[in-house]
Design a protein around this ligand. Structure first.
Ligand SMILES: CC(C)(COP(=O)(O)OP(=O)(O)OC[C@H]1O[C@@H](n2cnc3c(N)ncnc32)[C@H](O)[C@@H]1OP(=O)(O)O)[C@@H](O)C(=O)NCCC(=O)NCCS
Length: 195
C-alpha cells in the first residue's frame, strides 16, 4: 500500500494513498459534496453508489489505478489512471483528477497529476491522454501548464450529466516531457520550501 504525506501551497497537510474498498462510503460523501458545476461534466454520474462501486472493481484488473487525497481523514481529491486494454491503444493511458472546491488552486491537482504520472512512467506508457468537456477550464489550464498538447476538439460529441451536448477536448503528452514540466514547476514554486 502506498501512502505519502504532502503539504499544499497554503500549508494544508494531505495524505495521498491508494484507493481501497473500505473508502467507498467516504468516496460517496466526497462525490455527493461536489458542486454541480464540477460534477456535471464528469463521464459518469458519481452520485450513484452502484456506478462508483462498479468502477472500483476495475482496480482489480491491473489496468486501472486510483489514488485519493485525504485531509483530516476525509477525501478531498480523487485521481485515476487507466491504461487502455485494446491492442492498438495499449501504449496509452487516460488520466483524470477531481479536487474538492475548498481545496482547489492550492496545488493538489498538480500533486495528483505527479503521482499518476509516476505510475505511467513505471507502466511504460508512451502517451498520456486527458479528455475533457470544453467548460472544464481548470482541467484545460492545468494540462496547458504541464505542456499537454490540444490534439482536437470534437463539437457536441458528448453529453454532460444534464444531457446537454458538449464539445470534447482531447489533450495528450509524452510522460517524459511531462516529467520535465513537473520537475520545473516543483523547483520553481514557493511550495518547494514548505514541503
Ligand atoms: C482540474 C482540477 C483537478 C485542478 O485542481 P487544482 O487542485 O485546483 O489544481 P492546482 O491548484 O494544482 O492548479 C495548478 C494550475 O492549473 C491552473 N488552474 C487550475 N485550476 C484553474 C482554474 N479554475 N482556472 C484557471 N487555471 C486553473 C493554474 O495554472 C494553476 O496554477 P496556479 O494556481 O499557480 O495559477 C480541479 O479544478 C477540479 O477538480 N475540477 C473539477 C473536475 C474536473 O474538471 N476534473 C478534470 C477531469 S480530467
Amino acid at each position: 500500500m502506498r501512502k505519502k504525506r504532502e503539504t499544499l501551497k497554503d500549508g494544508t497537510k494531505v495524505l495521498i494513498r491508494d484507493l481501497h474498498y473500505e473508502y467507498l462510503d467516504k468516496l460517496m460523501k466526497f462525490y455527493r459534496s461536489l458542486p454541480v458545476e464540477d460534477r456535471v461534466y464528469l463521464k459518469v454520474d458519481v452520485t450513484k453508489r452502484k456506478v462508483v462501486e462498479q468502477r472500483m472493481k476495475l482496480n482489480e484488473e491491473g489496468t486501472f489505478f486510483r489514488i485519493l487525497a485525504l485531509h483530516d481523514d476525509e477525501i478531498i481529491g480523487d485521481g485515476m489512471f487507466e491504461i487502455f486494454k485494446e491492442e492498438w491503444r495499449k501504449h496509452q493511458g487516460e488520466l483524470r483528477v477531481i479536487v474538492a472546491r475548498p481545496f482547489q488552486r492550492k496545488g493538489l491537482g498538480m500533486l495528483m497529476f505527479r503521482e499518476l504520472h509516476s505510475l505511467a512512467m513505471k507502466k511504460d506508457v508512451d502517451k498520456i491522454v486527458v479528455k475533457m468537456m470544453k467548460p472544464q477550464k481548470g482541467a484545460i489550464n492545468i494540462c496547458k501548464k504541464l505542456g499537454f498538447h490540444k490534439e482536437t476538439v470534437i463539437p457536441n460529441y458528448v453529453w454532460d450529466q444534464a444531457d446537454e451536448p458538449q464539445d470534447l477536448v482531447i489533450m495528450t503528452c509524452k510522460p517524459k516531457d511531462l516529467w520535465r514540466e513537473l520537475e520545473h514547476s516543483y523547483s520553481d514554486s514557493d511550495w518547494q520550501r514548505c514541503r
